[in-house]
Design a protein around this ligand. Structure first.
Ligand SMILES: C[S@@+](CC[C@H](N)C(=O)[O-])C[C@H]1O[C@@H](n2cnc3c(N)ncnc32)[C@H](O)[C@@H]1O
Length: 443
């Protein structure tokens, strides 16, 4: 094992190295994502508690996020410096190099600190025999950073081949590239106000979006933002807030929210005054939903059940089905998804979505409205699912009108479904990719 033209052997590092704990936390979270396929948020939640300083927590988060968001770009650079691919058993060394590459190439960190801490991490764990390699590669990246960043097709490198092919086939190569470019930077934070007229305390730097969400460019930790503990808003991407609006909830109506946890859409429906029953199969995720209801002072009936088998006492007037999916529309918020999901996951998800749609169709009151939504860019989970459902009869589409999604006419399909893409509202900071269709059951 060696570097091409490796020059300087690793120097012995004396602990404690400043900044090491944050990088160690990033490394552990990244390893949990790459080896155990854990979602990044869950991996970070398990590790961030080790850091007392909010600044360190933010840094660890940024490092792990950048390592995943720019993984393809970083690995392409590393491949230019490492003669032979590292063996399978060198997972820790690979993750250390990814964190180091993220700091040097993406976050633009100070080279000395980045390399010294990466070497210290290697020396402290199972990557001990790669200390020299880490040191040499880090120094060479730092020396040639600007040159290494020039001319690389970063959007393509950071998109796994199977996703690039799928998006090119579904939307055309230009749009596939725009989607991939939208994934390269961390997105702004969007929140949904409990009441549209709630005075939002953080007016500075906040943008009221045409669809009613509020966007914060550089928000800082969510729990310390004004109004969070008072429950006057919740975190929800502007696109994720649209399906509940399209359902058109009215005060006093019985609404069934299927696949509801952690409850962003439940909160919207409850805030509209509807009598909401929120169903989810995951008791743990429903705990999060219950906490969100308590914080916002809203109420809903919570049911832990398989939504494909749940039968309500009375037929609901409206149903929102936010089905489990590949979630490729949320890669800019969850860059781990690009690497942890597989094309083979699609088959079981499609079967589950079809089962859930059929069940929702059965229990909805005659004349009632059903909104089906997925945060996926894959046509099989969106338009194809709806086309198959409509072929079975008994339902018709209620097209979404442009004035229901102000400023987002480009997100309406010719059939009248909603199809947001991460590259929509690019100048504002993008949107998650959501598909939603609104259907009416025959009276
Ligand atoms: C896209 S998430 C829902 C997000 C949620 N609607 C919101 O707005 O916060 C999908 C949810 O489906 C749930 N789920 C998966 N299979 C299910 C099933 N068969 N029945 C009920 N819930 C299910 C998962 O536990 C997960 O919480």
């Amino acid at each position: 094992m060696g570097t091409k033209n490796a020059r300087t052997p690793a120097r012995r590092q004396a602990e404690p190295v400043p900044g090491l704990p944050a990088r160690r936390t990033a490394l552990r979270a990244l390893t949990a994502v790459l080896t155990d396929r854990l979602p990044l948020d869950a991996a970070l939640a398990g590790e961030l508690g080790a850091l007392a300083e909010p600044r360190d927590r933010a840094f660890a988060h940024a490092l792990a996020g950048a390592a995943l968001r720019r993984r393809g770009q970083i690995e392409a650079v590393l491949a230019g410096f490492i003669e032979r691919p590292l063996p399978k058993s060198a997972a820790e060394a690979r993750a250390i190099l990814l964190v180091l590459g993220a700091e040097l190439l993406v976050l633009g960190g100070a080279p000395h600190a980045a390399v010294a801490t990466a070497v210290a991490l290697a020396g402290a764990g199972r990557a001990r025999s790669f200390k020299g390699l880490v040191n040499a590669v880090g120094r060479r990246i730092a020396e040639r950073r600007d040159e290494l960043l020039e001319g690389a097709d970063i959007a393509r490198l950071c998109t796994p081949d199977w996703l690039w092919s799928r998006w090119s086939a579904a939307y055309g190569e230009g749009t596939a590239r725009a989607i991939a470019e939208a994934h390269l930077e961390p997105p702004p934070l969007d929140i949904t106000p409990r009441r549209p007229d709630d005075p939002l305390a953080f007016a500075e730097g906040a943008e009221l979006l045409p669809t009613g969400s509020v966007r914060l460019a550089r928000p800082g930790p969510v729990p310390s933002l004004p109004g969070f503990s008072e429950g006057i808003w919740w975190v929800q991407d502007a696109a994720a807030a649209l399906p509940a609006r399209l359902l058109g909830p009215r005060p006093g109506e019985r609404i069934l929210d299927l696949c509801a946890a952690p409850g962003g859409k439940t909160l919207q429906l409850a805030a509209a005054g509807a009598e909401v029953t929120a169903v989810d199969i995951s008791p743990e995720r429903l705990e999060g939903l219950a906490e969100n209801l308590a914080r916002t002072g809203l109420s809903a009936r919570i049911v832990a059940a398989d939504a494909a088998e749940f039968v309500p006492d009375e037929a609901p007037d409206r149903i929102l089905l936010d089905a489990p999916c590949l979630a490729t529309g949320t890669i800019r918020r969850h860059p781990d998804i690009a690497w942890s999901k597989r094309e083979a996951d699609l088959g079981p998800l499609r079967a589950m979505q079809a089962r859930l749609l059929e069940a929702a169709g059965r229990v909805l009151a005659p004349g009632g409205t059903l909104v089906y939504a997925v945060c996926s860019l894959e046509p099989e989970e969106g338009p194809a699912q709806i086309a198959a459902f409509l072929r079975m009869g008994g339902f018709s589409r209620v097209p979404v009108a442009p004035d229901e999604v102000p400023g987002l006419a480009e997100a309406l399909t010719p059939e009248g479904d909603l199809r947001t893409l991460p590259c929509h509202w690019r100048e504002r900071g993008g949107l998650d990719g959501f598909f939603a269709a609104r259907l009416r059951k025959a009276p």
